[in-house]
Design a protein around this ligand. Sequence first.
Ligand code: AGP
Length: 606
Amino acid sequence: MCGIFGYIGVKSAAPLLVEGLRRMEYRGYDSTGIAVLNGEIQVHKKVGKVNDLKKILPKVIKGNCGISHTRWATHGGVTDENAHPHLNETSSLAIVHNGIIDNVRLLRKKLESKGIELVSETDSEVLAHMISIGLDSGQEPIEAVRQTLRKVVGTWGLCVMFKEHDMIICAANGSPLILGQGDGESFVASDPHALTPHTQSVSFLEDGDIAIIRRGGFKISRLEGGSSSTGITILEEEWGEADLGDYPHYMIKEIHEQPEALRRCISGRLDYANGNGKLGGLRLDSATLRATPHVRLIGCGTALNACKVGRLAIEKLARVPAMAHVASEFRYNDPVVDQLGLHFAVSQSGETADTLSAIKEIKLKGGLVFGIINVVGSTIARLCGRGVYIHSGPEQAVASTKAFTNMVASLLIFALRLGRTRSFSRAKGRKIIDEFKKMPDRLEKYLEDPGPIMEAVDAVKNAKSVLFLGRGLSSPVASEGALKLMEVAYIPCLSYPAGEMKHGPIALLEEGSPVVVIAPDDEMKEKTVASIHECRARGARIILIHAEGDEIASEGDISIAVPRCDPLLTPLLTVIPTQLIAYHAGLALGCDVDRPRNLAKSVTVE
Ligand code: AGP
């Protein structure tokens, strides 16, 4: 989603800005722009990719102070005018803004009543004009930004650059900004990935912080006045730039990285001697685990599907009530938060605004919340303070694949840990651990020979819609398969617990309708077969994902076998054919599989 990169130093700013934007491309965006200060503020912005912007940039842009932006449209269409940076009327200042201004209608009206003409449809542009009014009334730049933001309701990661002042002012509230200090130069970015080529010494602005950055360093204070407690952090882990290697796309590369990623995730976390899971980052003792009345798992999209697997595993192993919550709904349903309950915020990026807002709600109500996160040092990881890094490594494709596997694996290990504080025996724990350790090899084995994926692609690629069915732990896998195919190939997909199919979705079935059924060899299998028969009787074409060597294979028109494993662990394997179907269907339909239309990698607005 939207990204910000800014620079003030001695080097030429423009190439650094373009490179900063390029490093944030994986987040998804629809337009880009830069503003560079060299006596005047020069703005270049354009719909399209960073490469499209590069084409319209003059060969040489002088100036060693600048701000830049990748925009993912919220207020106003995808147009050059709506791209950031935005200027005030006299072009004496430029702003870039991430986040959403909730009271924009009122603010626009006020500006218009003063005769100010807004040239874009964005909410962000109002900030440029409001700060400008403050400056015109004699306020210092920091004061003008402060006074402006006090009138704003909403979220911001904001950078302001001034024609007359050698500085950039930054402010954050509900949208991340990170300041970096180099030698005689300072940086600001919304994503640590853009900063790490320049410096490891950074400050993550807290909500309500405002900062002046100059060449020699930055000064952070609070919006309401007074100093900020925000300190310097040394970035611990940098993934570097994931390159494609021999793969044509990140999505397929990341699908194939799952065995190795899973190995990393479970390494050191399975304690065979005690038949237990070890998740040190939770810093939870057995007494607290024993006392918990329930577990709530919160996430969006793929993370939500992982939560649904996790909740079933927790109830199965630990006999503790567990729920999976849609993060965007959580806060607004005014949830009852039990202070003994355990809450987990699950997120690949660690930046998802909906998940962040749920965490804030839990904290406000005195609840305990832990992160299950991929990106080290991300906003959610820092806000939770305690949690589990899933160690998937960089996930560049917008469609999440290897993060799902490791979210599920982390939640399964937690289920084991929680179960062992209750009635779950050491012997049973050891049995699961034995099986768990074999899973990376099984994933590898499957990926070496994934079966008739292309036949499945032929069956789905021109379908009006595709139905995904599964029961028990396979029901969220069906949801994840449907989400992936929809995201990457733009095919309408529905997912249902198989038993629910006859209560409505069956009406969609006609001759040849593709139905993807996830039916591993577990206690639900026979029930799922009954649903297959009901679909078949209506002419549906069954794409069956099943355990290797299972006689159920004959129930599918197209049957895809995955290696056998403990029923509890099947989601780690059965999801992979669905990822492959999505990837190859996307390719067959000419879609941009790594950057599907309208989607963003980090969804930083609610
Ligand atoms: C997954 O393929 C999607 N791109 C999307 O649903 C994603 O899982 C969701 O936006 C949550 O992201 P997060 O894990 O970074 O919080």
